[in-house]
Every structure is written in C-alpha cells, then in structure tokens.
Design a protein. Structure first.
Length: 911
C-alpha cells in the first residue's frame, strides 16, 4: 500500500471531480494506492477507482493512516500524470459522472506511452481494461507508482542541481529583488460572521503578535484562527482607503494565518458582521509590512469612538463628550437593556471602547447577567426537548421490534483445495580419463674441442694436480674454456669433488681473460666520444660476470663517461647562437636526451636562459617596429605575438599590457555608449545592448555590461509571471477540466529550455505561431489552445501586457490597457470568449463547455482588470533604473519622495 499527499494542482482537480460526480465524500487530500485500486481517502466515506472491474464508487473504509508517513507530491511530473490519467481512463469508460473524454483509445494510449516512457512501462487501454507491462510481465498500478517513486528521486535531485546552476542571481539578490505581486490597497465591503470563543491558557501563552496587536476572543471567518486587535488613541486614528471612501480607524483586526485584515464599518461593531476587509492572499511579506505600518501608531489603550468616515471625522468636536456620558449611563443601567443591546455593550467593552478601569468594573457583571439569561433560556429549551424525545423514543421502539422478527441470512460453507507439485533434480556423472605426459628427451651437444684434448684434460683432472691443470688451461682459447667447463659435469667416471675443483680453475682462467679484454678496451677510450665510451661500457657490462660488475675497472670507466658528457654538454651550450630559435632550442634539447644516465638539468636550464634572452629581445624589437597607438593596432600586435608561439613566460607580460590597453579602449568606448547602465531606460538599454553586441569588444566587458540589466530584469519579470500564474490558478482552477485545453505557463521550466512534454510543446508552438512579437521580458500567463489538431497553432495567449490571439479568420494582439472588459456568449453561433476594447470587440476563444463559459469569463475579466491596475513602477523602463528621485511603490503604486518605506502599504522594497 502506498500513501500519497496531494499537491495544490491535484487538490483542485480532484475536489472539482468529486463535486462534479455529486459524491458525498469529504476528501482529506490523501491518495491510497493498493494493488489495482486508487482510493481518495475521506473522513467518513472514501472514493474508489478499480482497474479490474472499471468501477468508480464510494464506500466506508476502516483504515487508520499516519499522514506524516505519506509521500508529498512535489515537482514530480510523471507521478502527477500517472494519477491524473485516472480521469482520462475512467472518464473514457463512462465511470465518472459529468466527465466526457472525447479522445479515442489510440490517442489515449499514445498519451499513456508518453507518461510512462521514463520508467520503461507499457500501458494498454481498451474498452475492457487497463493493463501495465514491464518487459512483457504484467504489473499492478501500485507497482507502477512505486517504480515512479523509486526512479524519480535521483532525477529530481539532478533537476534541482540544474536549476541551481542555471539560477541567474544569487540567493541574496533573489531576496533583494523578490517584489511579490502588486496590491490595490483598498479595503472592500463584505458581510461576514465572526464567532466568539473564550481565550484559553494556550492562546494567552502565544497571544503576542507584535506591533501593538493583541489577541481577542473573535475567530477569523476564513480559517477559524484567533484574531488580533490594534486600537488607536483618540485624535491619532489611522486613515485607510475603502470602496466607500476614506475611513479613520479607531481599531482594526487581523488574522496572521490567512494574511487578512478586518475592521467594522462606521457606527458598527465587529460582531455585527458588516465590515471592510483587506486580503494579501499568499503574500506574507506584504501582509507583514502592512501589519507593521498599522501597528506603528497603535497602543494597548481604549478609544470610545467607532470607526468614522473621513467627512465625519474632520467635523467631529464637541459631540464626543455627550456620547461618552451616554455610554456610561448605558453601563449603569445594563439590567434594563435587551439581550441584543447587552451583547453589543459587552462587545464594546472587549473591543477597547472603554478604559481598563471601566472594563474591570463592568465586564464580569455584564457577563454574569448574560449567562443568567442564557441559563433561563436553556431551561425552557430543555423542557421542549424532553417532550420531543419522548415522542421519538416510542417510534424507535416500534421499528426495533419489527427488525427482530426478520430471518437471518443463510451461510454457505466454502472450501478450497490445494495442490502440491514436486520437482526432481538429476545430475549427470562425468567420467575422468587419465592422460600420460611424455618426458622430454635431451639432445647431445656438439663441441669444437677435440676428443684427444678432452681425454688429455680428463686424465689431468683425475690425477688432481692443480698446477698442471692450470698450466694446460692457459693454452686454451676462451671458447674452448667455456666448452670444457660445460662438459666436465657430464663425465660419469669421475669424483664429484675433482669436477668442482676443475670447474673452479676454469672459472678463474675465464675471469683473467675478461679482465685482459676490459683493460684493452679502457685503454682505447681516451680518444673516443661519449657515445662510443657508453657503447664500450655496455659491452663490458654484458660480458663481465655479475659478481665483478662493480670492479674498480668498470667504476673508472664510468668516471671517464661522466667527464666526456660534461665536456660535450658544456661545448653544446656554449656554441648555441645568441638568436636561438625555438626550433634550434628543441633540437639541442633532444640532443641532450642522448646522454643517458647523466643529469642534464643544469645544461637544460642554461639553454633555456639563452632561449628566453633571445625571445625577449625578439619581442622587444617587434614591438618597437610595430609601435601600436590605437585599439586596432593593439589587437593586431596581440594576434601577431600569439601566432609566433613564443614561450608563455616570455610573451605573457607584453600580452598582458596589450590586453589592458585593449580593455581600457573598449571600456572607454562602451562608457561613451552608456555611462551608467543602471540609469538607462529600457528602450535606451536595448539600443545600447545592440551597439555593444555588434561592436568589437572584449567578451568579458560585454558580459559584464550587458548582463547586469538582462539578469536583473529577467529575474524580476519571471518572478512576477510565476506569481501571476499562481494567482490565476487559484481563481480559475475550479472551472477548468481536462477538455478545456487551457495551459498555465511554467516560466522556470520554459526558461531552462525543457520543451519535451506535450503541454510545453503546445505552449511553445503557440508562442512561435502567433506571438512572435512578444517582448523580451514579457512572459505568458495563460495559453488557450483552440486548434483543430490540438497543436497550439490557434487560440489566445494572455501576458501581463497583451492578449495575442489567432484563428482561421483573424489574428493579432490586444494591449491590456485598451481592454474595457472580457465577457462571454452562450449562444449557438456566438458561443465563446470576447474582448471589448476602446475601439472594437474581438472573439478570442470558444473551447470551453457552456456551463464553464460564464464563470471563466468573469474570472478572466477580473484578472485583466487587476493587470490594468499594475503600478507604473512595474514597467521595465522603471525597473531598469537603480535610483529614483520620486518613488512609485512597487507594491501599491503610491507616489512619494521621502524615505524608503511606502506610507500607504508599508512596503520596504522601494530602495
């Protein structure tokens, strides 16, 4: 069993599906995959999808799961698609009420093949079933999901590494430029229900929110978290803008969990529900900035005033004293008040209308009065409930007696047989056959020594007279001595001791012969070269016996060899020419390598110094001859020096000087085009960019000067696009289905150039087909595909600045600022989405179902109106400037000149 936790996209899709099906399932946003079942786990009933019988049904499941052990579905596209394909599959089978899939089985199988190609799984969808195969072996849906989880982890890590490498700005810069979306800081009217709940000890322990806000016993109507309140002293009320005009706040409430602010309308209490609301949605930074702004003038103090409209606030004066006296009279006469008036009075006591001493005196008294009245009312209600329960009990007893009379169900036994199979193993015996190996036969050697001489020497050895043997050995040449030595061990009728003695005498005679040869060769070495002496030494080393290699004669010969090498190497270096070329240097260096076993490092260094001196002199002469005076001449000299292949150590200083002169010349030329990149407008920046790009400048200067603007604007605009997409997903997600063919732009993925899946291919085709005029930093938000081939070649693209559209009959782009409204038609002939501009009306799409057409049109209209509210500070030409004398707030568009914090919304991002 696999437990998965849905991400935001899947939550929207499957909540919408449950609603469409009309199933009574309260989904807790967890998936259970068990064998061939996908289960949407609910609080009471759960929704089942079974591949074996093609059934979709809801049922009660008795299972306990630990949410902490669930896999969170993050940016795992394969896993998302593997779960989403449930809708295609069961929708095609007609098992999902309200969902119709128009693609045929071939198209769906093509889609499934794409989904599972990364893990090597084949899927086969027919009208009867859906089967999964891996190398011809059938698998369950659970095994497929497990493979995705196992395979995807390293891939996600790799993508995360790629994304980290491709990030254009560091984390510090990212935080600096993260502006969030813009907000029209106007409080809107709304009617809500605020539930009151006593503060617990736990609430009091975590009651501090900071910025003069303190916890109160009202709950947020959106998320049910406890609210915090701030109160302003009299005469220092905070001014806000609302949809009903300016209002001065005596008090305001906030929910830090869902980033909302509430305040009662003038002459109203929060409990009455008629309030102004300001929501920052998911923008926590904007919410905290505004909360800090509201809290600057707030205090833990009482203010008996209600919130007031600006016109009334400016007129206020002597009326206040009379109102305060009337309020005190109300407190003293609380017993005469109605239940509703008493609740309102308690609300004012808890909302900072009275000083703390008044609250301490009356709050508990009024609470007891309210409690006493509630007890009285509860007693009356209990009496009525008792009467009702007696009637219900009598009916229940009758029904139970009826049930007891019914027969129980019959139970049929069920048996199951099992069979056993036995495997027998057989082993083959192998016979080993012996084999014979013949001993090698020894062949007899032939000797050049005569038989007569051999027998004579044999007789001498038998006699054992060593002096006679030694005398006779002097008469024999070296070759016969060696042959005689080899033959003596083969004599059979001779004592072993005499054999050894004879061989010893022969060896002594051979050593004498070798020493005589060495002396002759050493005497010949005085007038020979190093190579000749080396050759003689090699010959002597090979012929001399091992134990005598280090004899004084050979040592003296090695000394002769070293002297010869030193003399010849000194002569080689001294005769090297003053204008030594690189080729001559290499030839002489190769010559030095011929002196084997000799340390030539000193002579190589001397030769290298000669080369360095010659090259430096040549470079100096060349620079005097060229005498470069401008950028072009510097570049020519630089290239010529590189072509001549001087040693790096010799040419580097001159090349560095030339490069610095080229750098200075290029920098001066670029600064003439744009002295300060941060002060350029967007249009000036583009012009400068093209001039520098086409000019002959050092690459590092181009990257530095051009990259600053490009990197900053790309980051700002991609962040803005991502936030706009998230905003539209929230507003539009409930109305889109699988057949709507609307796609949200994933700016991070598209900037990385990953256009492999079907959705991104359609998006890229749409941009290439009819949005070629899209600006460099203008990223799409929503793409609607209306093409017959579903390839993105017609439809519309919504960006922050334009709507690009294309159909068989027309095409073009619409400036967002020229749009009056977006609306829809449901008629048979005119069905579609329309844009009304200041000059005409244009149909841009017709791919939605009739039931979704109107709500989608309304959401798009509201979103386009929001885009029109974009502050001037969000334009690229404003963003391109680093400093601004008169500031336009990035968040709300408020214009001011002093300080870095916006006086209207509290934004700190306007440095």
């Amino acid at each position: 069993m696999i437990l998965l936790k849905a991400n935001d996209k899947l939550k929207v899709i499957f909540h919408k599906m449950i609603k469409t099906m009309g199933e009574n399932v309260q989904w807790n946003e967890l998936f259970i995959i068990n064998n061939n079942d996908l289960i949407l786990l609910g609080k009471v009933r759960s929704l089942f999808f079974n591949f074996d019988n093609k059934r979709t049904y809801s049922n009660i499941i008795d299972i306990t799961v630990n949410e902490e052990t669930a896999w969170e579905i993050t940016e795992n596209e394969t896993l998302e698609n593997a779960i989403n394909m449930i809708l295609y599959t069961f929708g095609k089978w007609g098992s999902i009420k309200g969902l119709k899939v128009e693609k045929d089985y071939d198209q769906l199988n093509h889609l499934l093949a794409y989904i599972f190609k990364e893990i090597g799984v084949e899927a086969s969808l027919t009208k009867d079933n859906l089967r999964f195969f891996k190398e011809g072996i059938q698998m369950t849906y659970e095994e497929v999901i497990q493979m995705i989880l196992d395979e995807k982890t390293p891939l996600e890590e790799k993508e995360a590494e790629e994304e980290e490498k491709e990030t254009s700005i560091s984390e510090e810069e990212d935080e600096e430029y993260r502006l969030g979306l813009w907000h029209k800081v106007i409080w809107n009217s709304i009617n809500l229900t605020f539930v009151k709940e006593e503060l617990t000890m736990e609430d009091k322990a975590k009651a501090r929110l900071g910025n003069q806000f303190y916890m109160v016993n009202y709950k947020c109507p959106t998320c049910q978290s406890k609210l915090h309140m701030v109160v302003y002293p009299k005469g220092q009320e905070f001014r806000i803008e609302t949809d009903e005009g300016g209002v001065y706040l005596a008090r305001a409430y906030t929910c830090s969990a869902c980033n909302r602010f509430y305040t009662p309308k003038p002459k109203q209490l929060l409990a009455e529900g008629d309030v102004f609301q300001l929501s920052f949605e998911d923008d926590k930074v904007a919410y905290e900035d505004y909360q800090e702004l509201l809290g600057k003038k707030g205090q833990r103090i009482s203010n008996s005033n209600f919130n007031q409209y600006e016109s009334e606030y400016l007129k206020q004066g002597e009326e206040e004293t009379g109102e305060e006296l009337e309020s005190l009279y109300e407190l003293e006469q609380y017993e005469a008040l109605t239940q509703e008036e008493l609740n309102a009075l308690l609300e004012k006591l808890e909302s900072g209308f009275y000083p703390q001493e008044i609250v301490d005196k009356y709050k508990e008294v009024i609470e007891r009065e309210i409690q006493k009245r509630q007890v009285r009312q509860e007693k009356e209600e209990k009496k009525l409930d008792l009467e009702r329960s007696q009637v219900i009990e009598s009916k229940t007893n009758f029904v139970e007696r009826e049930k007891e009379d019914k027969e129980t169900k019959k139970i049929h036994p069920f048996t199951k047989n099992a069979t056993k199979t036995t495997n027998h193993l057989e082993s083959d015996k192998k016979e080993e056959t012996p084999y014979l190996q013949e001993a090698p036969t020894k062949q007899k050697d032939t000797f050049s020594l005569s038989m007569e001489a051999f027998f004579h020497f044999k007789e001498l050895v038998k006699k054992g007279d060593r002096s006679d043997i030694a005398f006779e050995l002097k008469k024999l040449p070296k070759l016969q001595l060696q042959e005689l030595r080899d033959r003596i061990p083969l004599i059979e009728d001779m004592e072993e001791e005499k054999k050894v003695s004879a061989i010893q005498l022969i060896d002594e005679r051979l050593d004498e012969e070798a020493e005589e040869e060495i002396r002759k060769k050493v005497a010949e070495c005085k007038d020979k070269s190093f190579s000749q002496v080396e050759k003689i030494l090699e010959e002597i080393t090979k012929t001399k016996r091992k134990e005598d290699i280090n004899s004084p004669i050979i040592d003296s010969l090695k000394k002769v060899l070293e002297k010869k090498a030193k003399s010849e190497l000194e002569n080689l270096v001294s005769k090297a020419p003053k204008d030594l070329s690189k080729r001559q240097y290499e030839q002489l260096k190769d010559k030095m390598k011929e002196y084997h076993n000799i340390d030539t490092r000193l002579y190589e260094k001397l030769l290298e110094e000669k080369l360095d001196e010659a090259q430096k002199q040549e470079i100096s002469s060349m620079m005097k001859r060229l005498n470069p005076r401008n950028r072009k001449a510097y570049q020519k000299a630089y290239e010529q020096l590189q072509e001549l292949h001087f040693e790096e150590r010799n040419v580097a200083p001159t090349l560095e000087k030339l490069k610095q002169k080229i750098y200075n010349a290029d920098l001066s030329a670029i600064q003439d085009i744009c002295k300060e990149p941060a002060d350029l407008t967007f249009e000036e920046g583009i012009q400068a960019y093209e001039q520098i790009l086409l000019g002959e400048y050092l690459p590092e200067l181009k990257e530095d000067m051009l990259g600053q603007i490009d990197k900053r604007l790309t980051k700002l605009k991609s962040d803005e696009c991502e936030q706009l997409v998230n905003k539209l997903i929230k507003e539009l997600g409930d109305y889109l289905n699988l057949d709507s063919r609307m796609y949200f732009y994933n700016v991070r993925k598209m900037l990385r150039g990953k256009h492999e899946d079907e959705e991104t291919i359609i998006i890229q085709n749409a941009i290439n087909s009819y949005a070629k005029g899209i600006e460099k930093y203008e990223y799409p938000i929503l793409i609607c595909d209306t093409s017959y081939a579903s390839n993105g070649e017609s439809g519309f693209i919504l960006t922050p600045n334009h709507i690009f559209y294309h159909s068989l009959l027309n095409g073009g782009k619409i400036d967002i600022m020229r749009i009056e409204k977006v609306f829809t038609h449901n008629g048979m002939l005119k069905r579609g989405i329309y844009v009304e501009t200041v000059s005409n009306t244009i149909k841009i799409a017709n791919s939605l179902k009739i039931k979704d057409l109107k709500p989608v049109g309304e959401v798009l209209n509201n979103f386009v109106m929001y885009l029109k509210e974009k502050p001037e500070s969000r334009n690229v030409s404003y963003l391109a400037k680093e400093e601004h004398k008169v500031k336009c707030c990035y968040r709300c568009g408020f214009v001011y000149s002093h300080g870095n914090i916006c006086p209207k919304c509290g934004s700190k991002m306007n440095d």
